[in-house]
Design a protein around this ligand. Structure first.
Ligand code: IMP
Length: 178
């Protein structure tokens, strides 16, 4: 039960949709408490954060704006740590509270590069929000301000995350079994 095969790997259900939605609601309350009157600008990172972003935005009860951005740092199951240029942050960022939304923070290379590039646009502050966080892999010194779950250093798919293109549509999160 709960085992699925994607490409050559088996994955086991590890976080249910119900658990995810509970944490998403809790994150929304934290963000509201911190940023209530700031009209924050959410910058969700495509593609992996689309499902998390959709559920999080529905929970957020305050004025806010959002603009999807895109970078790429992963092929297959290993981070290349080759982060490409930020695309899409064309809304006015200057003076704003900006909240980056990620699906997962792994080595931290992606958020480090994003934050470096965003600094050039003069935001008032930059916060980082990720559904998943792998603390044993993380090499960065930026604070992940909001996250849903700390997970071990295992490859996961579902709820927006993919393995070579497949698995993004799964409503639960699954962990590779081998
Ligand atoms: P980082 O730059 O090493 O922190 O990696 C961040 C990006 O790598 C995420 O936005 C994902 O696209 C991808 N990634 C990292 N770990 C996983 C995983 O376990 N499953 C799927 N994608 C992952």
């Amino acid at each position: 039960m709960g085992i699925i095969k994607i490409h050559d790997k088996n994955f086991k259900k590890s976080i249910s949709e119900e658990e995810i939605l509970q944490r998403v609601a809790a994150i929304a309350r934290e963000i509201e408490a911190d940023c209530k009157y700031q009209n924050p600008l959410f910058l969700p990172v495509l593609n992996g954060s689309f499902m998390f972003t959709s559920d999080l935005m529905k929970e957020i009860d305050m004025n806010c704006e959002m603009q999807f951005v895109k970078v790429k740092s992963y092929t297959g199951m290993h981070s290349t740590q080759q982060v490409k240029t930020l695309i899409g942050a064309d809304m006015a960022v200057s003076g704003r509270t900006v909240i980056i939304i990620e699906d997962i923070v792994d080595t931290g290379a992606t958020i480090k590069e994003l934050v470096n590039q965003l600094h050039h646009l003069n935001p008032n502050e930059i916060k980082i929000c990720s559904l998943l966080f792998k603390p044993t892999k993380y090499k960065g010194d930026l604070k992940v301000d909001y996250y849903g779950f700390e997970i071990p250093d295992d490859f996961v798919i579902g709820y927006g995350l993919d393995y070579n293109g497949l698995g993004r549509n799964l409503r639960h999160i699954y962990t590779v079994t081998e």
